[in-house]
Design a protein around this ligand. Structure first.
Ligand code: ADP
Length: 494
């Protein structure tokens, strides 16, 4: 693996670290406890920098600042159109710092620089611009009620929102969370994932530069059970928006019960990617490869159960193996690299355990199956064939580059088996038969169904889970719902 020790023209430089403290009320400050934690480069296992380790005390300061900002006329009375303009300014500043931000994301997360450039950054900018356009289009209704009254509704911001995000798309998750919250007029306390706090802090600096009033956006880096839990319990927080594991969401739901906070969740998945014999095979193979291996397999909507119709199984497996084996792994700062390391040692260990478990349970490992190199948390793209529904690798979210291939005979069988999971985030269908495609789209119990494509995201298209994959939706007009209260106003006319 060529790393930064052997730079070539196709290797991007690591950026300067500018922010590593809590951002509270427009000020950069160390954690009240003075503690810090390390954030590590997953490609080299070297420490990147120390980051302020916020906890309950810092969360309390941040929530107080966010509450004050929510009530202050500088924000609460700001014209909606001006709120939108601030968001557009932020999007412009992000775009202007694209080089640094993408390099920072690659360093902290390990994702290939080409992905950070092609996906994370442009999608984040687009999401902020999309929601900026909504700021002045949030409106109520007039309602014909009985009697001589005039009744109308107002859609008002829910208040102070706590936002807790994961490490797989750090910058993009900031945009998904800040976009609708700011458009709605909420104020924010965000806790980034402990593995990847750096781009979130950099975006907070850009928000400050864009001119958001102090306290509208606050960032408290730290750990889940301390900083995260404090945010969930804090009586000054009106709503929690969380993306992460369903087990954490269960804890959050319990912890939020005493204060009855509004909750939206975007959780995990075990998404079926269904390839019919009448599909364009080349496209389906490429789609299955991308749908699973993109972002090192660290996607909540990864197509991790690939159902292949019996008669094309052998052709499919031959092609998917060849494609997996030709995937370019290595230094994520090299613009040629397609797959970087997993985010940390825990994830690496968990994935290796699942690969062993899959083999033990009788799956055939036909590609990968072991570590790549001897430094960094790299896992070779792995394909497990002859997987059956009851195996752990077919039921549990692995969150790594491990594809399970299962075979099926007909539509009814694959619908039943595809839906046979407590998750329901995404699904995909590959077929040339348009009726079958729509039939499948209706019967699959998932928040998103892709037909002849995978991982197509758009800021305008709602995303979220059925069943235990989530609650509420992000993106699109629907994504605003979780950040708004509806107020009914009734006026006696005489
Ligand atoms: P992952 O296993 O992918 O890290 P988690 O659900 O553990 O997923 O983490 C997602 C986010 O939730 C992170 O920011 C993490 O710090 C935070 N988190 C973890 N535990 C808690 C908790 N008990 N309360 C609030 N936030 C938490």
């Amino acid at each position: 693996m060529s790393t930064a020790t052997k730079p070539s023209s196709s290797v991007v430089k690591r950026p300067q670290i500018r922010q590593s403290e809590c951002f509270i009320n427009g000020q950069w400050q160390p954690a009240a406890s003075g503690k810090t934690f390390e954030t590590v480069d997953p490609a080299t296992e070297a420490v990147i920098t120390q980051v302020a380790e916020g906890d309950a005390a810092d969360v309390d300061l941040a929530v107080t600042a966010a509450r004050r900002a929510f009530e202050d006329s500088a924000w609460s009375r700001m014209d909606a159109r001006d709120r939108g303009r601030l968001m557009l300014k932020l999007a412009d500043l992000i775009e202007a710092e694209a080089e640094e931000l993408t390099a920072l994301e690659t360093w902290d997360n390990g994702k290939p620089i080409r992905d950070a450039r092609a996906a994370d950054l442009p999608l984040a900018v687009d999401c902020l611009r999309y929601y900026a356009g909504f700021a002045d289009k949030i409106q109520g209704e007039t309602i014909p009620v009985r009697g001589n009254y005039f009744t109308y509704t107002r859609r008002e911001p829910v208040g102070v929102v706590g936002q807790i995000i994961p490490w797989n798309f750090p910058m993009l998750m900031v945009a998904w969370k800040w976009g609708p919250a700011l458009a709605a007029g909420c104020t924010i306390v965000m806790k980034p994932a402990e593995q990847t706090p750096l781009t979130c802090l950099r975006l907070a600096r850009l928000a400050q530069k864009a001119g958001f009033p102090d306290g509208v956006i606050n960032v408290v880096p730290g750990y889940g059970p301390t900083a995260g839990a404090a945010l969930v319990r804090h009586p000054g927080v009106d709503k929690i928006a969380f993306t992460g594991e369903h087990l954490t969401a269960q804890t959050i739901m319990k912890e939020a019960a005493p204060t009855l906070k509004r909750l939206t969740f975007e959780l995990g998945g075990k998404s079926p990617n269904i390839v019919f014999a009448d599909a364009d095979l080349e496209a389906a193979v490429a789609g299955a490869h991308f749908g699973l291996f993109f972002n090192q397999g660290q996607c909540c909507c990864a197509g991790s159960r690939v159902f292949v119709q019996e008669k094309i199984h052998d052709q499919f497996v031959e092609r998917i193996v060849a494609m997996s084996q030709s995937r370019r792994l290595g230094d994520p700062f090299d613009v040629q690299t397609e797959q970087g390391p997993q985010v940390d040692r825990n994830q690496f260990d968990k994935i290796m355990k699942y690969i062993e478990l899959g083999k033990k349970e009788g799956a055939r490992c036909v590609a990968g199956g072991d570590r790549f190199g001897d430094r960094g948390y790299f896992v070779k793209p792995t394909v497990l064939d002859q997987v059956t529904d009851q195996m752990a690798v077919a039921r549990e979210e692995i969150f790594g580059p491990v594809m399970s291939v299962l075979t099926f005979r007909d539509v009814d069988e694959v619908v039943q088996r595809g839906n046979n999971t407590f998750y329901g985030l995404a699904a995909a269908v590959w077929t040339r038969d348009v009726s079958k495609a729509h039939h499948m789209a209706r019967r699959l119990r998932a928040g998103t169904v892709w037909v002849n494509c995978y991982d197509v995201f758009d800021a305008a298209a709602p995303f979220g889970g059925f069943k235990m994959s989530g609650q509420g939706r992000e993106l699109g007009a629907k994504g605003l719902d979780g950040y708004l209260e509806t107020k009914t106003v009734t006026v006696a006319l005489d």
